[in-house]
Design a binder for this molecule. Structure first.
Ligand code: ZN
Ligand code: ZN
Length: 317
Protein backbone atom coordinates (compact mmCIF):
# COMPACT_ATOMS: atom_id res chain seq x y z
CA UNK A 1 0.00 0.00 0.00
CA UNK A 2 1.01 3.64 -0.28
CA UNK A 3 1.74 5.39 3.01
CA UNK A 4 3.25 8.70 4.08
CA UNK A 5 5.95 7.85 6.60
CA UNK A 6 7.78 10.01 9.11
CA UNK A 7 11.32 8.55 9.10
CA UNK A 8 13.15 11.35 10.92
CA UNK A 9 12.07 14.38 12.96
CA UNK A 10 12.12 17.75 11.23
CA UNK A 11 12.68 15.96 7.90
CA UNK A 12 10.30 15.89 4.92
CA UNK A 13 7.51 13.31 4.95
CA UNK A 14 8.04 10.53 2.44
CA UNK A 15 5.45 8.71 0.39
CA UNK A 16 6.44 5.07 0.15
CA UNK A 17 5.21 1.64 -0.81
CA UNK A 18 4.97 -0.78 2.14
CA UNK A 19 3.03 -3.92 3.10
CA UNK A 20 -0.52 -3.30 4.23
CA UNK A 21 -1.05 -4.13 7.92
CA UNK A 22 -2.79 -7.38 8.89
CA UNK A 23 -5.01 -7.97 11.92
CA UNK A 24 -3.06 -9.64 14.76
CA UNK A 25 -5.92 -10.85 16.94
CA UNK A 26 -9.68 -11.21 17.05
CA UNK A 27 -10.67 -7.66 17.93
CA UNK A 28 -8.29 -5.93 15.52
CA UNK A 29 -9.46 -4.75 12.11
CA UNK A 30 -7.68 -3.49 9.04
CA UNK A 31 -9.72 -0.85 7.26
CA UNK A 32 -9.35 0.97 3.95
CA UNK A 33 -8.81 4.68 4.65
CA UNK A 34 -11.20 7.00 2.80
CA UNK A 35 -10.00 10.31 4.23
CA UNK A 36 -7.55 11.52 6.86
CA UNK A 37 -7.50 15.05 8.20
CA UNK A 38 -4.22 16.88 8.70
CA UNK A 39 -4.24 18.31 12.22
CA UNK A 40 -1.90 20.95 13.61
CA UNK A 41 -0.72 18.40 16.18
CA UNK A 42 0.64 16.25 13.31
CA UNK A 43 3.24 19.01 12.95
CA UNK A 44 4.07 18.68 16.65
CA UNK A 45 4.53 14.91 16.16
CA UNK A 46 6.90 15.59 13.24
CA UNK A 47 8.84 18.01 15.50
CA UNK A 48 9.18 15.35 18.24
CA UNK A 49 6.96 17.17 20.76
CA UNK A 50 5.56 13.83 21.98
CA UNK A 51 8.67 11.60 22.04
CA UNK A 52 7.35 9.27 19.35
CA UNK A 53 9.30 6.24 18.08
CA UNK A 54 9.95 6.20 14.33
CA UNK A 55 9.15 5.26 11.63
CA UNK A 56 5.51 6.30 11.98
CA UNK A 57 2.52 6.84 9.72
CA UNK A 58 0.93 10.09 10.90
CA UNK A 59 -2.77 10.90 10.95
CA UNK A 60 -5.42 10.70 13.68
CA UNK A 61 -8.53 12.11 11.93
CA UNK A 62 -9.41 8.94 10.06
CA UNK A 63 -12.52 7.98 8.13
CA UNK A 64 -12.39 4.41 6.83
CA UNK A 65 -14.54 1.72 5.28
CA UNK A 66 -15.51 -1.20 7.52
CA UNK A 67 -16.99 -4.37 6.02
CA UNK A 68 -19.77 -4.57 8.60
CA UNK A 69 -20.38 -0.98 9.69
CA UNK A 70 -19.75 0.85 6.42
CA UNK A 71 -18.11 4.26 6.65
CA UNK A 72 -16.74 4.94 10.11
CA UNK A 73 -14.88 7.67 11.93
CA UNK A 74 -12.06 6.08 13.94
CA UNK A 75 -11.67 7.14 17.58
CA UNK A 76 -7.89 7.60 17.63
CA UNK A 77 -6.76 7.97 21.32
CA UNK A 78 -6.38 4.23 21.86
CA UNK A 79 -6.20 3.46 25.59
CA UNK A 80 -5.58 0.30 27.64
CA UNK A 81 -9.33 -0.42 27.76
CA UNK A 82 -9.23 -1.35 31.45
CA UNK A 83 -8.34 1.63 33.64
CA UNK A 84 -11.01 3.90 35.16
CA UNK A 85 -10.57 6.47 32.38
CA UNK A 86 -11.00 3.89 29.62
CA UNK A 87 -14.02 2.38 31.39
CA UNK A 88 -15.59 5.85 31.36
CA UNK A 89 -14.78 6.03 27.57
CA UNK A 90 -12.23 8.78 28.32
CA UNK A 91 -9.41 6.86 26.65
CA UNK A 92 -7.55 10.08 25.78
CA UNK A 93 -6.71 10.38 29.50
CA UNK A 94 -5.46 6.79 29.86
CA UNK A 95 -1.88 6.83 31.21
CA UNK A 96 -1.07 3.96 28.84
CA UNK A 97 -2.75 5.43 25.75
CA UNK A 98 -1.03 4.71 22.41
CA UNK A 99 -2.76 7.12 20.06
CA UNK A 100 -3.09 6.48 16.32
CA UNK A 101 -0.80 8.74 14.35
CA UNK A 102 1.16 9.69 17.48
CA UNK A 103 2.46 6.37 18.82
CA UNK A 104 0.99 3.82 16.39
CA UNK A 105 0.55 3.99 12.63
CA UNK A 106 -2.33 6.27 11.67
CA UNK A 107 -4.28 7.28 8.61
CA UNK A 108 -1.88 8.92 6.10
CA UNK A 109 -2.06 5.60 4.23
CA UNK A 110 -4.34 3.39 2.17
CA UNK A 111 -5.02 1.04 5.11
CA UNK A 112 -5.01 1.40 8.88
CA UNK A 113 -5.00 -1.23 11.62
CA UNK A 114 -7.46 -0.43 14.43
CA UNK A 115 -6.91 -2.39 17.67
CA UNK A 116 -10.53 -2.71 18.81
CA UNK A 117 -14.02 -2.58 17.33
CA UNK A 118 -15.13 -0.07 19.99
CA UNK A 119 -13.17 2.63 18.13
CA UNK A 120 -15.39 2.50 15.03
CA UNK A 121 -18.23 5.05 14.79
CA UNK A 122 -20.51 4.95 11.71
CA UNK A 123 -20.88 8.38 10.10
CA UNK A 124 -24.24 7.76 8.42
CA UNK A 125 -24.89 10.28 5.67
CA UNK A 126 -21.90 12.50 6.47
CA UNK A 127 -19.38 12.91 3.67
CA UNK A 128 -16.09 11.16 4.60
CA UNK A 129 -14.09 14.31 3.79
CA UNK A 130 -16.34 16.43 6.00
CA UNK A 131 -16.41 13.85 8.80
CA UNK A 132 -12.62 13.35 9.10
CA UNK A 133 -11.76 16.62 10.91
CA UNK A 134 -14.46 15.94 13.50
CA UNK A 135 -12.20 13.20 14.96
CA UNK A 136 -9.90 15.76 16.58
CA UNK A 137 -10.46 19.29 15.21
CA UNK A 138 -14.16 19.03 16.08
CA UNK A 139 -14.04 16.70 19.09
CA UNK A 140 -11.46 18.72 21.05
CA UNK A 141 -13.41 22.02 21.14
CA UNK A 142 -16.64 20.07 21.66
CA UNK A 143 -15.34 18.64 24.95
CA UNK A 144 -13.97 22.00 26.09
CA UNK A 145 -17.34 23.69 25.53
CA UNK A 146 -19.02 20.90 27.50
CA UNK A 147 -16.61 21.63 30.37
CA UNK A 148 -17.59 25.33 30.23
CA UNK A 149 -21.35 24.81 30.00
CA UNK A 150 -22.00 24.96 33.76
CA UNK A 151 -20.63 28.53 33.79
CA UNK A 152 -22.63 29.74 30.81
CA UNK A 153 -26.20 30.49 31.74
CA UNK A 154 -28.32 32.99 29.87
CA UNK A 155 -26.86 36.51 30.06
CA UNK A 156 -23.29 35.26 30.61
CA UNK A 157 -20.30 35.94 28.38
CA UNK A 158 -17.82 33.44 26.96
CA UNK A 159 -14.47 34.26 25.39
CA UNK A 160 -12.71 32.26 22.69
CA UNK A 161 -8.99 33.02 22.39
CA UNK A 162 -7.70 32.03 18.94
CA UNK A 163 -10.15 31.79 16.04
CA UNK A 164 -8.22 29.26 13.92
CA UNK A 165 -9.64 25.85 13.07
CA UNK A 166 -10.45 24.69 16.62
CA UNK A 167 -11.60 28.13 17.73
CA UNK A 168 -14.05 28.31 14.82
CA UNK A 169 -15.60 25.02 15.92
CA UNK A 170 -15.58 26.36 19.49
CA UNK A 171 -17.57 29.46 18.52
CA UNK A 172 -20.21 27.29 16.85
CA UNK A 173 -20.48 24.87 19.79
CA UNK A 174 -20.80 27.77 22.25
CA UNK A 175 -23.63 29.23 20.16
CA UNK A 176 -25.42 25.90 19.71
CA UNK A 177 -24.88 24.40 23.18
CA UNK A 178 -24.99 27.38 25.55
CA UNK A 179 -26.95 30.61 26.05
CA UNK A 180 -23.82 32.72 26.44
CA UNK A 181 -22.83 35.65 24.27
CA UNK A 182 -19.62 34.74 22.44
CA UNK A 183 -16.60 37.07 22.28
CA UNK A 184 -13.42 36.34 20.38
CA UNK A 185 -9.82 37.46 20.79
CA UNK A 186 -7.47 36.99 17.84
CA UNK A 187 -4.66 39.17 16.43
CA UNK A 188 -5.63 38.31 12.82
CA UNK A 189 -8.21 40.62 11.18
CA UNK A 190 -9.16 37.83 8.77
CA UNK A 191 -9.88 35.38 11.60
CA UNK A 192 -11.84 38.02 13.52
CA UNK A 193 -13.99 38.56 10.45
CA UNK A 194 -14.63 34.80 10.18
CA UNK A 195 -15.51 34.70 13.89
CA UNK A 196 -18.17 37.36 13.38
CA UNK A 197 -19.59 35.44 10.40
CA UNK A 198 -19.90 32.39 12.66
CA UNK A 199 -21.98 34.36 15.14
CA UNK A 200 -19.54 35.92 17.59
CA UNK A 201 -20.93 39.11 19.11
CA UNK A 202 -17.54 40.80 19.23
CA UNK A 203 -14.06 40.04 17.90
CA UNK A 204 -11.00 42.08 18.82
CA UNK A 205 -7.23 41.76 19.28
CA UNK A 206 -6.81 40.07 22.70
CA UNK A 207 -5.09 43.08 24.32
CA UNK A 208 -8.14 45.25 23.55
CA UNK A 209 -10.58 42.96 25.41
CA UNK A 210 -11.68 44.01 28.89
CA UNK A 211 -13.92 41.22 30.18
CA UNK A 212 -14.53 39.73 32.61
CA UNK A 213 -15.87 36.53 31.05
CA UNK A 214 -17.54 33.68 32.91
CA UNK A 215 -15.62 31.18 30.77
CA UNK A 216 -12.46 31.64 28.72
CA UNK A 217 -11.50 28.95 26.19
CA UNK A 218 -7.88 29.28 25.14
CA UNK A 219 -7.33 27.51 21.81
CA UNK A 220 -3.76 28.82 21.55
CA UNK A 221 -2.14 27.86 24.86
CA UNK A 222 0.88 30.17 24.61
CA UNK A 223 2.37 32.24 27.47
CA UNK A 224 0.58 35.25 25.96
CA UNK A 225 -2.83 33.68 25.49
CA UNK A 226 -2.77 32.13 28.98
CA UNK A 227 -1.86 35.54 30.45
CA UNK A 228 -4.89 37.00 28.65
CA UNK A 229 -7.07 34.16 29.96
CA UNK A 230 -5.91 34.84 33.56
CA UNK A 231 -6.51 38.58 33.10
CA UNK A 232 -9.94 38.22 31.50
CA UNK A 233 -11.61 35.36 33.38
CA UNK A 234 -14.19 36.46 35.95
CA UNK A 235 -13.95 35.79 39.68
CA UNK A 236 -15.33 32.25 40.16
CA UNK A 237 -15.14 31.82 36.40
CA UNK A 238 -13.37 29.08 34.48
CA UNK A 239 -10.40 29.26 32.14
CA UNK A 240 -9.82 26.21 29.96
CA UNK A 241 -6.63 25.68 27.99
CA UNK A 242 -6.98 23.59 24.85
CA UNK A 243 -4.16 24.83 22.58
CA UNK A 244 -0.89 22.89 22.51
CA UNK A 245 1.51 25.82 22.39
CA UNK A 246 3.07 24.80 25.71
CA UNK A 247 2.71 28.15 27.54
CA UNK A 248 2.87 28.64 31.33
CA UNK A 249 1.47 31.24 33.77
CA UNK A 250 1.91 31.86 37.50
CA UNK A 251 -0.86 30.41 39.66
CA UNK A 252 -1.74 31.26 43.25
CA UNK A 253 -3.80 33.57 45.42
CA UNK A 254 -3.44 37.06 44.03
CA UNK A 255 -2.01 35.75 40.75
CA UNK A 256 -5.42 34.83 39.34
CA UNK A 257 -8.96 36.19 39.98
CA UNK A 258 -10.45 34.94 43.25
CA UNK A 259 -11.80 31.42 43.06
CA UNK A 260 -11.41 31.23 39.29
CA UNK A 261 -10.82 27.67 38.13
CA UNK A 262 -8.14 26.74 35.62
CA UNK A 263 -8.17 23.45 33.76
CA UNK A 264 -6.83 21.77 30.67
CA UNK A 265 -9.09 19.98 28.22
CA UNK A 266 -7.66 17.23 26.06
CA UNK A 267 -9.23 15.75 22.89
CA UNK A 268 -12.55 13.98 23.73
CA UNK A 269 -14.09 10.76 24.96
CA UNK A 270 -15.53 7.94 22.86
CA UNK A 271 -19.02 8.83 24.06
CA UNK A 272 -18.44 12.43 23.01
CA UNK A 273 -17.33 11.34 19.53
CA UNK A 274 -20.63 9.46 19.17
CA UNK A 275 -22.55 12.55 20.34
CA UNK A 276 -20.61 14.82 18.00
CA UNK A 277 -21.32 12.69 14.92
CA UNK A 278 -25.06 12.89 15.68
CA UNK A 279 -24.75 16.58 16.41
CA UNK A 280 -22.94 17.24 13.11
CA UNK A 281 -25.63 15.36 11.18
CA UNK A 282 -28.32 17.47 12.83
CA UNK A 283 -26.72 20.91 12.89
CA UNK A 284 -24.54 21.16 9.78
CA UNK A 285 -21.39 22.72 11.21
CA UNK A 286 -19.56 25.26 9.06
CA UNK A 287 -15.99 24.55 8.06
CA UNK A 288 -14.09 24.45 4.81
CA UNK A 289 -12.41 21.29 3.55
CA UNK A 290 -9.35 21.37 1.31
CA UNK A 291 -8.84 17.84 -0.09
CA UNK A 292 -5.35 16.75 -1.18
CA UNK A 293 -3.84 13.44 -2.35
CA UNK A 294 -1.29 11.65 -0.13
CA UNK A 295 1.52 12.97 -2.35
CA UNK A 296 0.87 16.46 -1.01
CA UNK A 297 1.16 15.60 2.70
CA UNK A 298 4.40 17.55 3.12
CA UNK A 299 2.90 20.54 1.30
CA UNK A 300 -0.10 20.32 3.64
CA UNK A 301 2.22 20.53 6.66
CA UNK A 302 4.05 23.50 5.13
CA UNK A 303 0.76 25.31 4.52
CA UNK A 304 -0.39 24.76 8.11
CA UNK A 305 2.98 25.76 9.57
CA UNK A 306 2.97 29.04 7.65
CA UNK A 307 -0.68 29.77 8.50
CA UNK A 308 -1.70 29.66 4.82
CA UNK A 309 -4.05 26.64 4.96
CA UNK A 310 -7.52 27.36 3.62
CA UNK A 311 -9.69 25.42 6.02
CA UNK A 312 -9.11 21.84 7.16
CA UNK A 313 -6.82 19.89 4.83
CA UNK A 314 -7.95 16.31 4.34
CA UNK A 315 -5.78 13.70 2.60
CA UNK A 316 -7.51 11.29 0.25
CA UNK A 317 -5.51 8.04 -0.13
ZN1 ZN B 1 -6.74 2.99 30.12
ZN1 ZN C 1 -5.46 16.56 16.31
Amino acid sequence: MRAVVLRAFDAPLELEERDAPTPRDGDESVLRVLACGVCHSDLHVAENFFGTELPLVLGHEIVAEDEQLGRVLVYAPWGCGECRFCRATEEMICPDAREAGLFQDGGYAEYVRVPARRYLYPIGELDPLQAAPLGCGGLTPYRSVKHARGWLRSGSHALVLGAGGLGQFGIQFLRLLTDATVHVGDPSAQKRERALELGAEEAAPPEELEGPYAAVLDFVGSDDSLAHAARLVDRQGIAIVVGLFGGRIPFGLGAVPHEAQFMSSIWGSRDELGELIEFAQREGLEYTIDPMPLERAQEAHDLIRSGRARGRIVLTP
